[in-house]
Design a protein around this ligand. Structure first.
Ligand code: SAH
Ligand code: ZN
Ligand code: ZN
Ligand code: ZN
Ligand code: ZN
Length: 509
């Protein structure tokens, strides 16, 4: 997962809305046949800046992988025509941004490296590179590690420093507790092949077997981090962009992935992914559907109803967003921990509990969560739940999402976070310091942040008065017992739905 975890809480809203904090969303191309231009990270994505109430916004292409223009500054308006010269310059730039070594060269170097005696095995920490004797001079002034053991080569995620740049790699490595739990779980569930998409530490955990022992699980890592190509042969690593399903080493790499998924007619394989969380859910879902389709191609006819088993690791507040794309997925209570995130550790040891969960299409009653960590089985819900997650007899389910004990509100007719209280003005539960009837996120009508409903420029003054009447009428009719006031109102367009019915009734329209 990719998380500026420190600001995870403040970004909670993004999960349900499906847009970046900057208000940018993925857009559909005006001409569906038009191929997207390429940046160094493969085909770009089409975006649109959401600015409701103003004129039709202009769409633009930008990098799929880098959310910061400092990392990849590709920008092109959808309707922009580029000169031949600029297209040629772009092509050169894209080439120049590729890693210095080809995949084949990396493999050749790896094979030479493992032949070296221990005393000659050096790693340059400054360049994040395994060195062959011929490279030593060039790295003479750099920070080197010596005597790189076979165990160290097998654990590159401990040798390399994590690329924490939130806006691109957002490399947050699993803590041992979580990594061992995941690998153990995959074995218990009987999987023989694991496609690790953006999960380098899980990949290496799966491959670690006692010397002489035959590995019972194989793993293929797809990751954008070039540094990993030094440590693996063709069949266990492909440099890949999960936001556009781009294989950096072309068709050969795609075939490796395809063969891996389709082996044994697709039986015994699972995909596990822990994507950068700062990215948008939609392009990830599109990519995962492409991987699913690849797997399906290799299936025999009578298996055609089956689904590719998936673990998608992501923060709990993306639940509705993920389930929108994958309705068969459910969220497990297991809290996934990270090494380079002291702030989010499991339970009592860290300061806060991790908000990261596993979303899966495997029936949750098959997934046993560790009782040592307080998880227990709820026979009514038919799943393992965390210690504090109590079964609510009114909701008839274990309702907590964040691992804290939630309490039932009889007005809202649902369980709510422990920090919330029922507000009679808003007719819903909220934080005690919320501002009544004022949606924190701006105008009720157009959603803009810089004004309130009463000053919305998208409607004239008289219309505004009518809308106001309509609004209160709507409130009354719907009795708005639960849920999010602003969201409901905005989603029911003013001209449609029950709001207008009541409006028409009053004003004879
Ligand atoms: N918890 C995992 C690592 C998750 S961090 C583990 O310990 O195994 C996210 C991972 O996704 C990183 O390895 C990062 O290099 C990779 N990544 C980031 N952006 C990506 C992209 N666009 N395509 C593919 N992988 C990406
Ligand atoms: Zn790019
Ligand atoms: Zn160096
Ligand atoms: Zn309840
Ligand atoms: Zn309430």
């Amino acid at each position: 997962m990719a998380a500026p975890m420190d600001c995870l809480e403040s970004l909670e809203g993004e999960g349900s809305v499906g847009r970046r904090a900057s208000g940018v969303e993925v857009a559909l191309p005006s001409n569906p046949g038009a191929p997207a231009p390429q940046c160094p990270h493969g085909p770009t994505l089409l975006f649109v800046k959401v600015s409701q109430g103003k004129e039709e916004p202009r769409k633009f292409y930008a990098c799929s992988a880098c959310r910061d223009r400092k990392d990849c500054n590709f920008f092109q308006w959808e309707d922009e025509k580029l000169s031949e010269a600029r297209l040629a310059a772009r092509e050169i730039h894209n080439q120049r941004c590729q890693p210095p070594l080809s995949r084949a060269q990396c493999i050749e170097r790896y094979l030479s490296f493992i032949q070296l005696p221990l005393t000659q095995r050096k790693f340059c920490r400054s360049c994040q590179q395994l060195l062959l004797p011929a490279d030593w001079r060039e790295h003479g002034e750099h920070q080197l590690s010596a005597d790189i053991s076979t165990t160290q080569i097998a654990r590159p995620s401990q040798l390399l420093y994590p690329l924490e740049n939130k806006k691109t790699h957002a490399q947050y490595l699993f803590a041992d507790r979580s990594c061992q739990f995941l690998a153990g779980l995959l074995a218990t569930l009987g999987f023989r092949r694991v496609l690790c998409v953006g999960a380098p530490r899980l990949h290496e955990q799966i491959r670690l077997t006692a010397p002489g022992e035959k590995p019972d699980m194989r793993s293929l890592l797809l990751d954008i981090d070039f540094r990993y190509s030094q440590f693996y042969l063709e069949e266990s690593f492909c440099r890949y962009n999960m936001f556009n399903h781009h294989f950096f080493d072309g068709k050969a790499a795609l075939e490796v992935c395809k063969a891996f998924l389709q082996e044994e007619e697709g039986k015994g394989v699972i995909m596990v992914t822990d994507p950068p969380f700062g990215g948008l859910v939609e392009p990830l879902a599109v990519t995962f559907k492409k991987l699913i389709a690849m797997w399906k191609e290799g299936q025999s006819q009578d298996d055609s109803h089956k689904e590719l088993p998936i673990f998608w690791i992501f923060p709990y507040f993306f639940e509705s967003r993920i389930c929108q794309f994958f309705p068969s997925f459910c969220m497990l209570d297991y809290q996934v921990d990270y090494d380079n995130h002291a702030l989010y550790k499991h339970g009592k040891t860290g300061r806060k509990q991790s908000p990261v969960r596993i979303f899966t299409n495997i029936p949750p009653n098959k997934i046993i969560l560790p009782s040592e960590e307080g998880y227990r089985f709820c026979s009514v819900c038919q799943r393992y739940v965390s210690r504090e997650n109590q079964h609510c007899v009114h909701c008839n389910s274990c309702t907590s999402k964040d691992g804290r004990k939630w309490s039932h509100c009889f007005f809202c007719k649902k369980c709510v976070k422990p920090s919330w209280i029922h507000c009679n003005t808003c007719n819903r539960c909220a934080l005690p310091d919320h501002s009544c009837l004022g949606p924190k996120d701006g105008c009720f009508i157009c959603g803009s942040l810089d004004h309130k409903r009463s000053n919305c420029p998208s409607i004239g003054a008289s219309q505004r008065a009518n809308k106001l009447v309509e609004f209160f009428c709507f409130l009354e009719k719907r009795l708005l017992v639960s849920s999010f006031l602003g969201a409901i109102y905005r989603s029911e367009k003013l001209s449609e739905g029950s709001g207008l019915n009541c409006y028409s009734h009053h004003y004879g329209l």
